[in-house]
Design a protein around this ligand. Structure first.
Ligand code: C2E
Ligand code: MG
Ligand code: MG
Length: 757
C-alpha cells in the first residue's frame, strides 16, 4: 500500500519515503564499493544482491512517480519502471545461474530479458515530453542512435580486441559482449536527441544520462576485461551497475517539468543546434578509420566488423531516405505557409499576384474584383478579434461558394479579398460582383447582433492602358473606393473618368501634405454677435487653403481628405496656434474678446490635444478662457471615457467647449448631461427654416430652453435674413452667427467690426 500523500500528489516534504529509499540505496552502493575494493569474501554475491536490490527499488520508485506525475509523463515512468524491473529480473536470473554453474552465465533467457530491457529503456526515452511527437521524428531519433552504436563496433573492436589472440576471439560470447557498450551509446545518443535545448533539460533526464554514461563505462571495461580473460564476478567495476540504477531511482524524486501541462500544445520543437544534428555522423568517420585499422593485422575484415559496417551502411541509407522524405514534406509545408492565408485557407496576396501575372501572360480577358468589408474594424473593436476571425472565415466560405468555378478567390490581407477571373471563364465580372454581394448579405440573426458588415467591390478589367498587374490592381482599388463612397453593399467598375478623379485625389493629398509647411493655409474669422447689444466679442476661426493651382479652397474641399489621411491633426494644430495668436492681438484692443476653433473628431481622440492647446495659449500669451473649442455632436457621441476625461481636463484649464452643429447628430439628453460643454451652436439648417417651418421654430425654441436648463450659452448659426434674426432674438438665443452679421473675413475686417464702444 502506498502512503496517502503519494497518491494524492500532495507537495513533497523534505524527507519523504522516496528520499529515504534513495538514501538507503546510495548507502548500499557505497557499502558494496568498499566491500569490493577491500576484496572481502563473497564479493560476487554482494555485488549481485546489491544490483538486484537497487534495480528493484528503482523500479518501485518509478511506479510511485508514475502515479504522482501528470498524465503526459505516465508512459515515460511506466516504461522506465519496466526497464528497471527487467534489469532486476535479469540480474536475479544471472545470480541463480551463476551460483549453479559457477561461470559467466550468458544464457539465451538472460539475453532475452536484457534485450527486452533495452527496448523498454529506449521506448522510455522516446516517451520523454521533449522527444519528437511524430512517428518519423522518433524513427529518425532511433536511427541516429543506431548509427552511433553501429559505428562504435569497429572502433570498439580495434580498441578492445587488437591485442587479443585471434584464437580467443572464436568464443562468440566474448566478441558479442561488444554489443553492450554499443547499445549504451545508442541510448545515450537518443537521450541527447530527446532532451531538448541544453539550457532547459529536465533534471531527471540529466540523471538518467549520467546513469547511462556510468553503464557505458562499466560495459566497456567489462567487455575489455572479459576479452582479455581477466574478469571475475565481484570485480570493483561491478559497482557501476547498481550506481546507474541508483541514478535513475534518484531521478524519480525530481518534480515534473513546469511545461508539462501545456505539453500537448507544443507543436513543433525548436530547431536543434548544429552539433546535435552532426553528432550521429561524427562516429561514422571514426568507424571508417577503425575498419582500416581492424584489417591491418590479418588483412581480413573481422566478421563482426564486416556485419556491423554493412548494417551501418543500411541504416545510414534508411536515415538519409527518411531525411529526404522529411525535407520534401517541409518544402510542401513551407510553400503552404508562404502562399496560403492561414486563417481562411485561401490563396494569399503573394499567390494571388503570381496567378494574376500568369493570367496576364496568357492574355485577356482578365478581370480583378477587389472586395473590402465595410465596417470590419468596428466588428473587431466591439466584439474582439476572435469574432473578427470567425467572420472572415465565414466570408471566405461564402465567397468561395458564390464564385464557384468562375474565378479564384484570394485573401489579400485584413478584410480585403480579391477574385481573379481569367482564361476561358465567361462570367461577366459585374454579374459575379452581384452574386458576391448577394451571398454576403447578412442573415437575419447576424443583422440583429450587427456582426456582419457589408462589402464594397471594385472591378477592373485588363486593357491596353495597363502596363502591369499593379496597374490593374490599382484600378480595382480606385473602383473599390468609388463603391465605398457610393454607400454600403455596392460595386463599381473602373472607368477612365473614375481613374482621372482618383489621380487628382491622390495629387490633392500630396499637395495637402505640403500645405502646412509651405504656408498655403490661412484663417478667416467670422464674427459672433451678442444679439441683445449687437456687440462682436467673439469670432470663429475658419480655415482656407490657397491652392497653388486650384485657387482658394473651402474646408469642404479638403478637410474630408485631411481626415481620411490623418493630415487633419497637423492642420488643426496649426489652426489652434494661429487662432490663439490672432486672439491675443485682438484682446490687446478688446480685452473680453474670445476666439473659437473647430476640432476634428480624430484630434479629439488624441491624448496630445491638451498639450497642443496649452502650448498654443501659452506661446500666444492668451488666457485659456479666451479660447473655445468647437466639437461636432458626432465626434462627441463616438467619444469614449478617455475623451470625456480629456474634455474635463480642458474645462479645468478654463478652456470653453462648444457643441457645434447641434441638432444634426443623434444626441440624447443623457449625453448632453455628461459632456462638460459651455455652449451649444444650433445648426444652421434649423435657422434657415425658421421663417417657413413651425417645427424648426419649435426645435430652436426647445433647444434654447434646454440649453438654459443646462446652463449653456446658445449660438444660432447661419443667420442670414432679418426674419431669422428677429426669430432667434425673440426665442432668446444669446448669440448669433451668420452672413446677416458678417461673413468670414480677414483679421482687419474683424477689428473694424468689433471696435470697442
Ligand atoms: P462650422 O464650424 O459649422 O462653421 C460654420 C460654417 O458655416 C462656415 O463654413 C461658415 O462660412 C458657414 N456660414 C457661416 N454663416 C453662414 C450663413 O449665414 N449662411 C451659410 N450658408 N453659411 C454660413 P466653412 O468655413 O465652409 O466651414 C465649414 C466647416 O468646416 C465648419 O463648419 C467646420 O466644421 C469645418 N472647419 C472650418 N475650419 C476648420 C478648421 O480649422 N478645423 C476643422 N477641424 N474644421 C474646420
Ligand atoms: Mg464651427
Ligand atoms: Mg457649425
Amino acid at each position: 500500500m502506498l502512503p496517502q500523500d503519494a497518491v494524492s500528489g500532495a507537495p513533497t516534504r523534505p524527507l519523504t519515503l522516496p528520499r529515504v529509499g534513495a538514501v538507503v540505496a546510495a548507502v548500499a552502493v557505497v557499502l558494496e564499493l568498499v566491500w569490493l575494493l577491500a576484496a572481502l569474501p563473497e564479493a560476487a554475491l554482494v555485488s549481485d544482491v546489491t544490483a538486484t536490490a537497487v534495480a528493484s527499488w528503482a523500479s518501485y520508485a518509478c511506479v510511485r512517480t508514475m502515479r504522482r506525475h501528470p498524465a503526459p509523463l505516465r508512459r515515460f515512468w511506466a516504461l522506465l519502471a519496466l526497464t528497471m524491473g527487467l534489469a532486476a529480473a535479469g540480474r536475479l536470473l544471472w545470480t541463480v545461474d551463476r551460483l549453479r554453474a559457477d561461470e559467466l552465465p550468458h544464457t539465451p533467457l538472460i539475453g532475452a530479458v536484457f534485450t527486452a530491457g533495452i527496448v523498454t529503456g529506449t521506448a522510455a526515452l522516446l516517451a520523454a515530453l521533449t522527444a519528437p511527437r511524430s512517428a518519423v521524428g522518433r524513427a529518425r531519433t532511433v536511427l541516429d542512435g543506431v548509427i552511433v552504436g553501429l559505428a562504435l563496433l569497429p572502433i570498439g573492436w580495434v580498441v578492445v580486441f587488437r591485442d587479443v589472440a585471434a584464437a580467443d576471439l572464436d568464443d562468440p560470447l566474448r566478441t558479442l559482449g561488444l554489443l553492450y557498450p554499443m547499445i549504451d551509446l545508442m541510448q545515450l545518443t537518443i537521450l541527447v536527441a530527446v532532451a531538448g535545448p541544453a539550457r532547459s533539460v529536465w533534471p531527471p533526464l540529466t540523471l538518467i544520462g549520467a546513469g547511462l554514461v556510468t553503464r557505458a563505462g562499466a560495459d566497456a571495461v567489462y567487455v575489455s576485461l572479459v576479452a582479455h580473460g581477466s574478469y571475475a564476478p565481484g570485480h570493483p567495476v561491478d559497482v557501476c551497475w547498481p550506481l546507474s540504477y541508483l541514478l535513475i531511482g534518484i531521478a524519480t524524486t525530481r518534480p515534473p517539468p513546469p511545461t508539462c501541462e501545456g505539453a500537448e500544445e507544443i507543436g513543433e520543437s525548436p530547431l536543434p543546434s548544429w552539433w546535435r544534428v552532426a553528432l550521429p555522423y561524427l562516429p561514422v568517420g571514426g568507424a571508417i578509420i577503425a575498419v582500416v585499422l581492424a584489417r591491418r593485422p590479418t588483412g581480413q575484415t573481422p566478421p563482426l566488423v564486416f556485419v556491423g559496417m554493412m548494417a551501418l551502411l543500411g541504416v545510414l541509407a534508411l536515415r538519409q531516405g527518411l531525411a529526404a522524405n522529411e525535407n520534401l514534406r517541409l518544402v510542401a509545408r513551407l510553400r503552404q505557409l508562404a502562399y496560403v492565408d492561414q486563417l481562411t485557407g485561401l490563396p494569399n496576396r503573394l499567390m494571388f499576384n503570381r496567378q494574376l501575372r500568369q493570367a496576364l501572360r496568357e492574355g485577356p480577358p482578365v478581370a480583378v474584383l477587389l472586395l473590402d468589408l465595410d465596417g470590419f474594424k468596428q466588428v473587431n473593436d466591439r466584439f474582439g478579434h476572435a469574432t473578427g476571425d470567425t467572420l472572415l472565415t465565414s466570408i471566405a466560405l461564402r465567397m468561395r461558394a458564390a464564385v464557384g468555378d468562375d474565378g479564384t478567390v484570394a485573401r489579400l490581407g485584413g478584410d480585403e479579398f480579391a477574385v481573379l477571373v481569367a482564361g476561358d471563364r465567361t462570367v461577366v465580372p459585374e454579374r459575379l460582383a452581384e452574386r458576391l454581394l448577394a451571398a454576403l448579405q447578412p442573415s437575419a440573426g447576424e443583422e440583429d447582433v450587427g456582426v456582419h458588415p457589408s462589402a464594397s467591390i471594385g472591378i477592373a478589367e485588363f486593357g491596353p492602358q495597363h502596363a502591369s498587374h499593379t496597374d490593374l490592381l490599382r484600378d480595382a482599388d480606385i473602383a473599390m473606393y468609388a463603391a465605398k463612397a457610393a454607400g454600403k453593399s455596392a460595386y463599381r467598375t473602373c472607368t477612365p473618368a473614375l481613374r482621372e478623379s482618383a489621380v487628382t485625389r491622390a495629387e490633392l493629398i500630396a499637395d495637402l501634405r505640403r500645405a502646412v509647411d509651405e504656408r498655403q493655409l490661412h484663417l478667416e474669422y467670422q464674427p459672433i454677435v451678442d444679439l441683445a447689444t449687437g456687440a462682436v466679442r467673439s469670432a470663429e476661426a475658419l480655415v482656407r487653403w490657397r491652392h497653388p493651382r486650384l485657387g482658394l479652397l473651402a474646408p469642404a474641399a479638403f478637410l474630408p481628405l485631411a481626415e481620411e489621411t490623418g493630415l487633419i491633426v497637423p492642420i488643426d494644430r496649426w489652426v489652434i496656434h494661429e487662432a490663439c495668436r490672432a486672439a491675443a492681438t485682438w484682446r490687446a484692443r478688446v480685452p473680453e474678446a474670445t476666439v473659437a476653433v473647430n476640432i476634428a473628431a480624430a484630434h479629439l481622440r488624441r491624448p496630445d490635444l491638451i498639450a497642443t492647446v496649452t502650448a498654443a495659449t501659452a506661446s500666444a500669451g492668451l488666457a485659456p478662457r479666451a479660447l473655445t473649442l468647437e466639437l461636432t455632436e458626432s465626434a462627441l457621441i463616438d467619444g469614449s471615457e478617455a475623451v470625456l476625461e480629456r474634455l474635463a481636463q480642458l474645462r479645468e484649464l478654463g478652456i470653453r467647449i462648444a457643441i457645434d452643429d447641434f441638432g444634426t447628430g443623434y444626441s440624447s439628453l443623457s449625453y448632453l448631461h455628461r459632456i462638460p460643454a459651455t455652449e451649444l451652436k444650433i445648426d444652421r439648417s434649423f435657422v434657415a427654416r425658421l421663417d417657413t417651418d413651425v417645427r424648426a421654430y419649435a426645435t430652436v425654441e426647445m433647444v434654447t430652453r434646454l440649453a438654459g436648463a443646462f446652463d449653456l450659452a446658445v449660438v444660432a448659426e447661419g443667420v442670414e435674413t432679418e426674419g431669422q434674426h428677429a426669430a432667434v432674438t425673440a426665442i432668446g438665443c444669446v448669440h448669433g452667427q451668420g452672413y446677416r452679421y458678417g461673413r468670414p473675413g480677414g483679421l482687419s475686417a474683424l477689428h473694424a467690426l468689433a471696435a470697442p464702444r
